[in-house]
Design a protein around this ligand. Structure first.
Ligand code: ATP
Length: 283
């Protein structure tokens, strides 16, 4: 069975508070895009392979973890071989690993005939990673808590998306350690984004997007993110933001022509640039 695992964008990322258990309460509006890994899943010996040699292929691979979590939760399904053709850049804030895990859960649900609801699959996904429940559902959703509490939102009006991953990675634990919740000055307008979604107002969503991690980056990284955003906006993006814990930056475009222009401009400077579109969820 072949399945697509779609990347996610954070249209917004806000940190509401630091909890007593050390985790942070987040509030994020998530969106699926057509940038996707392709997974081939078949009955086999439990082997995982990928086109990226540096990715783990043992139990540390999130796809492998998801297969094990499915078997443990349902008692169904034997070992499966999973071949992953990665297109989503790794450690990019695009939830590539979580998307693969979610795709495995959906595929095993079909292959075994288990017939679990998406909610039940998302519940299993939570054991694999906090972005996995969202990736099971996909589309436009509000994710709260550590990311596992989901509310479906009206779909983002269809649009063109340019994603650019600059050539560095940012440690997620380091980013969280830099955030002092009481010192956050600039936040996304999450309520405004949700109202704009209700109205089907793409420009209204795009101009209210923000990611609070952007304010705690190292100065040189902050400068790169700002430069990419400037290219996107100058080419006609309705809004631009960093996704997740970065470093990927994206812009939303109503015009395909503008999106193509931004894509070509960014390709002159960066290797990892993608021209894609929004994708609806499964529910
Ligand atoms: P997020 O947006 O959820 O923070 P990310 O896009 O920053 O995620 P990923 O690409 O999902 O990061 O994965 C980061 C880590 O997960 C890497 O250390 C990688 O080795 C490991 N990993 C395990 N399985 C996979 C997989 N199937 N695809 C990608 N990374 C995987």
């Amino acid at each position: 069975m072949n399945v697509l695992a779609y990347a996610k964008l954070n249209l917004t990322l806000d940190i509401l508070r630091r909890r007593e258990d050390g985790y942070h309460d987040l509030q994020m509006v998530m969106e699926s895009i057509s940038l996707a890994d392709t997974l081939t899943i078949a009955n086999g010996e439990g082997e995982v392979s990928t086109n990226l040699r540096y990715l783990p292929t043992d139990r540390r691979n999130l796809a492998q973890m998801a297969a094990a979590a499915f078997r443990e939760a349902t008692g169904l399904g034997g070992a499966v071989n999973i071949a992953i053709e990665k297109a989503i850049p790794v450690c990019a804030g695009l939830a590539g690993g979580s998307a693969d895990a979610a795709a495995v859960l959906r595929a095993m649900n079909q292959l075994t005939g288990a017939g679990l609801s998406l909610e039940a699959l998302a519940d299993i996904g939570q054991r694999v990673g906090s972005d996995v429940p969202y990736c099971v559902l996909g589309g436009t959703a509000l994710a709260e808590g550590r990311g596992e509490r989901l509310t479906l939102l009206p779909p983002l009006p269809h649009c063109h998306v340019v994603v650019c991953k600059p050539p560095f990675s940012i440690s997620t634990p380091w980013l969280f350690s830099q955030v002092k919740v009481h010192k956050i000055v600039r936040r996304p307008d999450t309520a405004g984004v949700m109202e704009a979604l209700e109205k089907g107002d793409l420009a209204g969503v795009a101009r209210r997007m923000y990611n609070v991690f952007e304010d705690v980056l190292e100065p040189r990284h902050m400068a790169t993110i700002a430069a990419i955003k400037a290219v996107l906006i100058n080419c006609g993006a309705l809004g631009a933001s960093m996704s997740g814990s970065g470093p990927s930056v994206f812009g939303l475009f109503a015009s395909e022509q503008d999106a193509k222009r931004a894509y070509r401009r960014l390709l002159e400077q960066y290797q990892s640039v993608f021209l894609c579109q929004t994708v609806d969820g499964l529910v």
